[in-house]
Design a protein around this ligand. Sequence first.
Ligand SMILES: NC(=O)c1ccc[n+]([C@@H]2O[C@H](COP(=O)([O-])OP(=O)(O)OC[C@H]3O[C@@H](n4cnc5c(N)ncnc54)[C@H](OP(=O)(O)O)[C@@H]3O)[C@@H](O)[C@H]2O)c1
Length: 348
Amino acid sequence: MKGTRASRSTKGERPLHHGALDQEADGRTTPATRSGHRSGHAPATMRAVVQNGYGPPEVLVLSASELARLLDRNVFGRKGPRVRTRGTDFVGTVEAVGGNVGVWRPGDEVFGEADATWAEYVVVAADRIAEVPTRLASQEAAALPLAGTTALACLEPVGADPGAKVLINGASGGVGTLAIQIARSRGCHVTAVCSRRNHDQARRLGADQVVDYRVDDFCATEDRYDVVLDLVGNRSLRALRRLVRPSGTLVLSGGGTPGSGRVVGALGLLVRAQLVARTPGPRILVPVAKPNTQRLQELRSLVEAGRLSPVVDRVYDLDRSHDAVGYVEREHPRGKVLIAVPGKGAPA
Ligand SMILES: NC(=O)c1ccc[n+]([C@@H]2O[C@H](COP(=O)([O-])OP(=O)(O)OC[C@H]3O[C@@H](n4cnc5c(N)ncnc54)[C@H](OP(=O)(O)O)[C@@H]3O)[C@@H](O)[C@H]2O)c1
């Protein structure tokens, strides 16, 4: 992907690239893309943000990387060394496709999820991309894959039940801002829990009610909800489950908050949830997002229908990726932070 990546939790990353098309173990071949050029040939080396060790954001270094190394699964094999280039989400232009790839062609503008996307080129599986929505500035589409498919997975219990009451804890971040809109598109009544400075944004995205977690304890309310979506992971299971109607669902997708003193973040909460879920009471769900073409197309349809629009806090250039990570670590960005590959031109 040229142009833009987005980065972690879901805040960020991405690109596509060229070259030999990769034959996956299960026979799928991999389209390779890059932005702006319909040539099909890419240079032997490219620039990528590489992490050689653990530490502060400065361990992320932009360096020239051989394309072959990226394609050589032995280096980046599932059981082999961990992927040294960060990033998962991306938007970009297909550069070349493998012999078995029927749906995509060089020049196609796509968004999706892959490994090692903070780079000028990336390899991506053909069933993990979809056509870029036409209603968005292409960069913005990079904000959708992981956050959007997480929001879809988390709101599955809502189904198409208009009028369902949904509470979203962590409603101003990458997943929360999309979850508000998706729940509204299904006719739900939405209560958004986030800091005061994000209340206007939450209302603009469709929230009916807003709660400032710094002032009010949303778990102390007498209200009851059909779905409680926790995207933070800093409240007890008992307090969260109490908010859910007996026939409702508690959805846990929070990784915990920095400084909570918990070494494993919200892992304890998620493990306890698996046990408590077997006891009488509202259902408990711990979804794991799996971006694929079908889910990405669902997001694309919502965007094209004018019912979903990603919130982008700011965009950094690829060579400032460490600043992007520093900003996400220090501050509470609204929605997503994106990383752009300068000079290569995002899809038209
Ligand atoms: N299940 C999956 O497959 C999956 C996939 C992706 C992400 N996730 C998880 O989903 C969660 C949300 O991801 P994200 O990208 O949306 O995160 P994010 O962008 O960092 O958003 C964090 C949200 O949490 C709120 N928040 C921060 N500190 C808080 C506190 N102390 N008390 C209450 N609320 C607080 C923020 O509100 P303010 O900004 O208003 O303070 C913001 O709304 C993460 O934990 C991530 O690990 C799960």
